[in-house]
Design a protein around this ligand. Structure first.
Ligand code: SF4
Length: 260
């Protein structure tokens, strides 16, 4: 889910979100004109989850146990699209979801370090997207719409060790754009000391199709090769991979923490 679907401080080329100009309409992408309360969102996402399950019960291929479990979601990924720190009561939203016994995985582009460090409740797990090894690639690929975005991202990375929840550096790899200069990524990781690193392939879906081609999607083996280089330069180990999702997980832990 996302509390800020069409709003973000960046215009990444690989984003599946409709960006200013994609639909021949324009809006201020960095300011939510209005928003629902945390309570409304928390109740609304559970209602929406129930709604999307409609029709599955009668399908003979539906696993009955998975169907029952799907009615009682346990985890909320505050991710999807848009930058969640633009949603003003983000800390209260996290609190509201935790009060309903849900975990929260929060994904941010790191452009708003002050907001992240002042959340009145930490998420269960915090992800920060790092999709460039240096400022030059960052400006070209992530197209920040605010001044000093690279410095803000670095400020967020420097603050990550102060979080008590597990932290993740998440890198969307776009062939021909950001799969070189692994040393640069290693330096950023050294600063952030994340619990995990997730290297994953760009997927040619949504509005990113207007900006990039199929040839920009790396194969799983290319993502894996990138992860091997990263492991070599950071001391992190490859813990897991998913070929279908073209994603590789690295950590200094022996195994990932599980949330049931
Ligand atoms: S930071 Fe995320 S939501 Fe924002 S433009 Fe980039 S991919 Fe899209």
């Amino acid at each position: 889910m996302s509390p800020s679907v069409f709003y973000c401080t960046q215009q990444c080329l690989f984003c599946w979100r409709a960006q200013n100009g994609d639909l021949q309409i324009s809006w201020d992408e960095m300011k939510l004109p209005a928003w629902d309360s945390p309570q409304e969102i928390a109740e609304g996402i559970l209602r929406a989850q129930t709604k999307i399950l409609g029709g599955y019960k009668g399908n003979p291929r539906t696993d009955p146990q998975k169907f029952r479990e799907a009615f009682r979601p346990r985890h909320v990924a505050i991710s999807l699209t848009g930058e969640p720190t633009l949603y003003e009561p983000l800390g209260e939203l996290i609190q509201t979801l935790h009060a309903k016994d849900l975990t929260t995985f929060l994904v941010s582009n790191g452009s708003n370090p002050k907001k992240l460090v002042s959340l009145n409740e930490e998420p269960t797990q915090l992800y920060v997207s790092v999709c460039a090894p240096n400022d030059k690639v960052f400006k070209r690929l992530c197209r920040p719409q605010i001044d000093s975005a690279w410095e803000s991202l670095n400020e967020t990375l420097a603050a990550l060790p102060s979080f008590s929840c597990p932290t993740v550096i998440r890198t969307t790899l776009v062939k021909g754009h950001n799969m070189e200069e692994v040393e640069g990524y290693a330096k950023l990781i050294e600063k952030a000391k994340p619990t995990y690193i997730e290297a994953k392939a760009y997927m040619h879906v949504g509005f990113s199709g207007l900006r990039l081609g199929f040839e920009n999607m790396p194969q799983h083996r290319e993502v894996y090769n990138f992860a091997v280089q990263l492991a070599d330069k950071t001391g992190y180990k490859i813990l897991d991979e998913s070929t279908d999702s073209r994603v590789v997980l690295l950590s200094k832990k022996e195994r990932p923490k599980k949330f049931n």
